[in-house]
Design a protein around this ligand. Structure first.
Ligand code: FMN
Length: 329
């Protein structure tokens, strides 16, 4: 199965509730978990950290770590949970992660990354993939990416997803590290030319389906992060535009109807409405009433007794008239 489009791993954002919403909007998008560290997988509350719903497939778990034996154990546990792919984080720049010697600082240790991938490949029969940057700090991007790629390919890596900017490990916050270092898509395109047999994904600053189509002329897959979270309706275009298939639902109104049974089941388990609806604030962006919808969810939706009716009341603020949509656009 080829994955032309993925939704990025995003801490605090791409949890199971968020992924279930995204799955309502596209059958085809590959969905990633938040990063889970090997320490958490091996010693933490596994069901809470790793549990997910069958509807979410195809779902890839992203691991953070740098000890090959621990990564192998964690990969096996994730495989037993039913994940479809294991991804290694070689791109996260936070201080917490640097102290643990994993994430983006592993760009400086390609041989170790190779050992990690080899250990995971030996432990599971799932695809093992890597998400990286084009370098850190004053690394030469040509050499950094080539060296890392050689190491992970030799270890059997099934796909490399490249966030097309460096991480600056000193002086920038993780948030700034997603915007400040300049994007260099051409570096990723050159990698694909040099490694035609290795599936290559591109990530970073991609905001529209038009841009997605353009990137797919050069690489195998596109990974969307913030735009998929803030404007999830973009995912409605994935199945028709990239696979020639009907979208699972026509619009955000239908998406919410289709998603209601899932929300009802989570409420019945004792979850608060907001736990699920906080990922839905970006639906209806651009439609008249979208702001009132968001405000309703942010105020009423966070109250302890909030129910499906609260969500329906929020949606009632949004205009269903497509003529209004064009006016607003
Ligand atoms: C809130 C947030 C959390 C993130 N957490 C992770 C993470 O856990 N693992 C990871 O590899 N990247 C993480 N990222 C980076 C994204 O996966 C992606 O590489 C980055 O946002 C650039 O893509 P975009 O411009 O499409 O958002 C995170 C990004 C955001 C906004």
């Amino acid at each position: 199965m080829t994955h032309k489009l993925s939704v990025a791993p995003m801490m605090e954002w791409s949890d199971r509730f968020c992924r279930s919403l995204h799955r309502v909007l596209s059958r085809r998008a590959r969905l990633y978990t938040e990063m889970v560290t090997t320490g958490a997988v091996l010693h933490g509350p596994r069901e809470r950290l790793l549990g997910f719903d069958a509807e979410e497939h195809f779902v890839a778990v992203q691991l953070g770590g740098s000890d090959p034996a621990d990564l192998a154990k964690a990969a096996r546990i994730c495989a037993d949970f039913g994940y479809d792919e294991i991804n290694l984080n070689v791109g996260c720049p936070s201080d917490r992660v640097q102290n643990g010697r994993f994430g983006a600082c592993l760009m400086l240790e390609p041989a170790l990354v190779g050992e990690c991938v080899a250990a995971m490949k030996a432990a599971v029969s799932l695809p093992v993939t890597v998400k990286c940057r084009i370098g850190v700090d004053d690394q030469d991007s040509e050499e950094a990416v080539d060296t890392l790629t050689a190491a992970v390919v030799a270890a059997g890596c099934d796909e490399l997803v490249v966030h097309a900017r460096k991480a600056w490990l000193k002086g920038l916050s993780p948030k700034e590290n997603r915007d400040v270092p300049p994007l260099d898509y051409s570096r990723v395109y050159r990698l694909k030319q040099a490694r035609p047999n290795l599936p290559i994904g591109i990530n970073g600053g991609i905001k529209t389906m038009a841009e997605t189509h353009e990137h797919l002329r050069h690489v195998d897959s596109v990974m969307l992060g913030r735009v998929a979270y803030h404007e999830p309706e973009i995912l409605l275009a994935v199945d028709p535009e990239l696979y020639g298939e009907e979208p699972p639902v026509a619009d955000a109104f239908e998406a919410i109807e289709a998603y209601e049974p899932y929300i009802a089941a989570r409420l019945a388990e004792g979850h608060r409405l907001h736990t699920v609806t906080r990922h839905m604030l970006g639906l209806f962006t651009g439609r008249p009433g979208a702001r009132a919808y968001r405000r309703h969810l942010a105020t009423e939706g966070t109250k302890p007794g909030a129910s499906l009716q609260t969500l329906r009341d929020a949606v009632a603020h949004v205009s269903r008239d497509s003529a209004d949509l064009e006016d607003a656009a």
